[in-house]
Write a protein that binds this ligand. Structure first.
Ligand code: NAP
Length: 475
């Protein structure tokens, strides 16, 4: 049973605001109401942009921004239990995973505070060319302007942190639109930032119809950068509609991993069984396609399948649960239809493939056709595929046979093959002897191809959120 029924207000210009209309937030597990937030529209979004503009008229020095980020990290650490319960209640994320997310958000704020303190430009070697002789030049890192942030449901706290914390580190005010299914964690975080001393207008949170609020962020010239995390079609469309803004996209994946015959199979089976099904596969880098060298295919399955079957499926608020619900009944039905499509194309369901009550059981599909949706689209559910391969080159080609390119992994003890994979897998990140679901928050994280066009991680996001200004001095 989800335990929380919370009412939170929007934050605009330092005021907690109601609109007279409400969005009900329901548990994806049992559909119980876990909270409600005011429903905003274009008018509130514009007020939020006005408030952000007003805030940026009085820039905060770096030491103050850093201190606010540090205090937010400390408050989040103190309130980690509340944060985890809020995440779990609104996203249906098992408590085990929700606690990890809350701890990671602390680290995101901590890293952003470091970046606020060291944000600086470069010295340009002017006498390196005759034209520059007699001059000194350096660059300043100027805040780009108002950041419009749009976040997804699946990490409702830490992916908000990955936008808000670097923006504040860079000196930018933010207008945030969290996912309508999961606005409570974002507003909880806004409360902590206010408590940490963030002055009015630096963070504004508006919840409501995505297209209406999204349109304001696209059309408002004062919003200089849109930071979007979500699905690929929506992200790329936003970018198309805002050609004169920086539009940073963190999108989906169909995450592949290669298990070579020389890998530590026990370790690979343990890591992959956990990382294909954590949060019911609803991570953008959830393990989805496992390619196993044919000579160890059966041995790998003998280790992998019992671990998958041992995962506890159930109520996300139960500390023992590993796999909870997917976000909605329509997603559950979509995923079931994709499993059926793979089966009718000749694939075998090795475990799962059906419901236990309302919950989809962790599902492993052997040898789906390459064109089946489970092979090439992002499942975003508790489903992974296993397929044997004969040569390492074939495995690389299979892993690359996708329009996505966020993270990929390889398990091998052969250094040469590990480095070959690192060079030839067309992804933003490659993990070796670790599931490609791994992420630490200081890492540069982001994709190529359809998976996006930027890197998050405070050190990288801060650069995106600042412009370089050149200063030339004639001596
Ligand atoms: P989504 O449906 O694309 O929604 C993401 C956000 O975009 C939500 O806040 C949504 O608002 C908003 N939105 C929807 N339509 C919009 C529009 N026309 N204009 C502006 N904003 C709009 O994605 P999701 O289902 O929440 O999240 C899952 C997706 O996110 C997956 O594809 C996953 O791979 C990806 N993801 C990527 C990363 C990464 O770092 N690369 C991390 C996590 C998730 P509403 O909720 O109000 O519709």
């Amino acid at each position: 049973m989800a335990m929380i029924a919370t009412e939170r207000k929007l934050l605009i210009g330092g005021e907690w605001v109601e609109t007279g209309e409400w969005i009900e937030v329901r548990s994806p597990y049992d559909r119980a109401i876990v909270g409600r937030v005011p429903k905003a529209g274009a008018a509130e979004a514009r007020k939020a942009v006005d408030a952000a503009e007003q805030a940026m008229r009085e820039p905060l020095p770096a030491h103050e921004r850093a201190a606010i980020l540090d205090r937010t990290a400390a408050l989040l650490a103190e309130r980690a239990d509340d944060a985890s319960r809020t995440i779990s209640a609104e996203a249906g994320k098992p408590m085990k995973a929700a606690r990890v997310e809350a701890a990671r958000a602390v680290s995101t704020f901590t890293m952003a505070a470091v970046e606020a303190r060291k944000l600086a430009g470069d010295v340009v070697p002017m006498d390196a060319s005759p034209a520059g002789a007699g001059k000194i030049a350096f660059t300043l890192r100027q805040p780009i302007g108002i950041v419009g942030a749009i976040s997804p449901f699946n990490f409702p706290l830490n992916l908000v942190a990955h936008k808000v914390a670097p923006a504040l580190a860079a000196g930018c005010a933010v207008v945030l639109k969290p996912a309508s299914q999961t606005p409570l964690s974002a507003l909880f975080l806004a409360e902590l930032e206010t408590e940490a001393g963030l002055p009015a207008g630096w963070l504004n949170v508006v919840c409501g119809p995505a297209s209406e609020i999204g349109d304001v962020l696209v059309e408002e010239e004062r919003v200089r950068l849109i930071s979007f995390t979500g699905s690929a079609p929506i992200g790329w469309k936003l970018r198309e509609r805002a050609p004169r803004k920086r539009v940073n996209l963190e999108l989906g994946n169909a995450t592949p991993v290669i298990v070579a015959a020389d890998a530590d199979l026990d370790d690979a089976a343990t890591r992959l069984s956990a990382n294909a099904f954590s949060f019911a596969g609803q991570s953008c880098i959830s393990v989805q396609r496992i390619y196993v060298e044919r000579s160890i295919y059966d041995a790998f399955l003998e280790l992998f399948l019992p671990r998958v079957e041992a995962l506890e499926t159930g109520d996300p608020s139960d500390e023992a649960t590993d796999v909870g619900p997917v976000i909605s009944a329509s997603d559950r039905d979509r995923i079931l239809s994709w499993i059926e499509e793979a089966k009718s194309g000749g694939a075998t369901v090795l475990t799962g493939g059906r419901l236990d009550g309302e919950l989809l059981l962790p599902t492993v599909i052997a040898e789906p056709p390459p064109k089946a949706k489970v092979s090439c689209e992002e499942v975003f559910g508790p489903v992974c595929t296993v397929t044997p391969f004969d040569t390492f080159d074939e495995a690389i080609a299979l892993a690359n046979s996708t329009r996505f390119g966020l993270q990929a992994g390889v398990f091998t003890r052969n250094l040469k093959n590990a480095l070959r994979a690192a060079h030839t897998l067309e992804f933003g990140g490659v993990t070796v002897n670790e599931a490609p679901t791994f992420r630490a928050d200081q890492m540069p994280y982001g994709g190529v191809k359809d998976s996006g066009n930027t890197r998050e991680g405070p050190a990288y996001a801060v650069r995106e959120m600042t412009d370089v200004r050149l200063v030339v001095l004639q001596l």
